[in-house]
Design a protein around this ligand. Structure first.
Ligand code: 5GP
Ligand code: ZN
Length: 111
């Protein structure tokens, strides 16, 4: 999607602090972190929301969670704890319409 911010980051057209990447996804630091660790894990392929991932392509979700495990360890929050979340559509608080997982940690998060 030519007008999608995260597609531009995936394409290297907009800079980001990339912390992990493979052939299916990239992960980078959130520009407005809500905690000491705040990463975004983003499929390279453009899906506007979680609702738009076809059942036969849901393997990407497992890949994202594999990256979450690696990154939680790398950023030192695997044992202390962290949160993963996906905002979907307006009332879910989604702002960027390219599927992404937040990985947030490094402080006590409210329940
Ligand atoms: P959403 O509310 O869509 O789940 O979250 C979008 C996230 O993207 C927000 O946490 C916001 O801070 C982050 N974000 C927005 N624009 C940029 C950007 O240009 N670069 C980076 N690294 N993060 C961004
Ligand atoms: Zn996109």
């Amino acid at each position: 999607m030519s007008d999608c911010l995260f597609c531009k980051i995936v394409a290297g057209e907009i800079p980001a602090d990339i912390v992990y990447e493979n052939d299916q996804l990239i992960a980078f630091k959130d520009i407005n972190p809500k905690a000491p660790v705040h990463l975004l894990i983003v499929p390279r392929k453009h899906y506007p929301t979680l609702n738009d991932i076809p059942d036969e392509e849901m393997d990407i979700i497992a890949e994202i969670h594999k990256a979450v495990k690696v990154l939680a360890k790398k950023f030192g929050v695997a044992e202390s704890g962290y949160r993963t979340l996906v905002n979907t559509n307006k009332e879910g608080g989604q702002v960027i319409y390219h599927v992404h997982y937040h990985l947030i940690g490094g402080r006590q998060l409210r329940a």
